[in-house]
Write a protein that binds this ligand. Structure first.
Ligand SMILES: [Zn+2]
Length: 261
């Protein structure tokens, strides 16, 4: 009996030891998993910290300003003011979406020194310098169009003829603007080889003509804050699609002949 009892005690002790070992192993596994995740969290945080909260740099260039009003609308509105209003809305949206935004101007001023012999060229040259100095992923230049025939309307995006990336961005922006602002707009993204800033900027740049100030309906819409925000959202969506690599687009045809302002 004594012998049997001792055997039972020994067996019990052995089972207890196994339980302790299993518990210890489980605890070590849990600690290991915890440390692994903690390490990953620290790693991710460090990466984000290094990026200073922004994955992309975007330059927004509100066209004209100061002595240069740009196009003057059928309702008397100045293009420079509409450009700046839309640019500010766009800045706000992009900054909430992992973009560092640099504006070429934030007020009604041109980028030229008083007394400059050719203020327009000085202004454009300075804008190009701002762009080159921050090496952005993309540059969005915001403008409004105008034409001698009042019936002309609709947003249109222009890109440097030789820029494959510029074309990709322009096609995405055009698609978003047509879908968001006016599905009946048949304008398509268009190549341009004359515009000073497109020619003299190394990066991916587009000129977004948001609408025609010579068309009374569009001129009125472009003065409205809610419409300006809608335009900014369309530009932001196309820009983010381009930056995130979602650049699916159809082969669109170019059917417009108007000059842009
Ligand atoms: Zn313009």
């Amino acid at each position: 009996m004594v012998s049997l009892k001792m055997k039972e005690n020994a067996l019990q002790l052995l089972q207890d030891k196994r339980r302790v070992c299993i518990c210890l192993a489980a605890a070590m596994l849990l600690i290991g998993i915890g440390l692994f995740h903690a390490g990953r969290a620290v790693h991710t945080w460090n990466e984000r910290s290094a990026q200073k909260g922004a994955r992309y740099t975007v330059v927004i260039d509100p066209g004209h300003g100061g002595f240069d009003p740009g196009k003057i609308g059928i309702n008397g509105v100045y293009e420079k003011d509409i450009n700046l209003a839309i640019a500010k809305e766009l800045k706000e949206i992009l900054e909430q979406n992992d973009c560092k935004v640099v504006m070429t101007r934030t007020e009604d001023t041109g980028l030229y020194a008083e007394g400059e012999s050719n203020r327009k060229i000085a202004d454009l040259r300075k804008r190009c310098e701002v762009i080159d100095s921050c090496q952005p992923d993309v540059v969005i230049s915001v403008h409004q169009n105008s034409f001698s025939q009042e019936s002309s309307k609709g947003a249109q995006v222009f890109y440097q003829t030789t820029s494959k990336e510029g074309k990709e961005l322009a096609l995405l922006l055009q698609k978003q603007m047509v879908a968001s602002l006016d599905p009946k707009n048949h304008r398509t993204a268009k190549a341009n080889s004359d515009y000073y800033m497109l020619k003299n900027t190394a990066g991916v740049m587009v000129i977004v003509e948001c609408g025609f100030l010579s068309n009374s309906e569009e001129a009125e819409l472009l003065c409205r804050e809610d419409y300006q925000r809608k335009v900014a959202w369309a530009i932001a969506l196309g820009t983010m699609q381009y930056l995130e690599g979602n650049n699916e687009y159809g082969n669109l045809q170019d059917r417009s002949g108007e000059l842009f302002g």
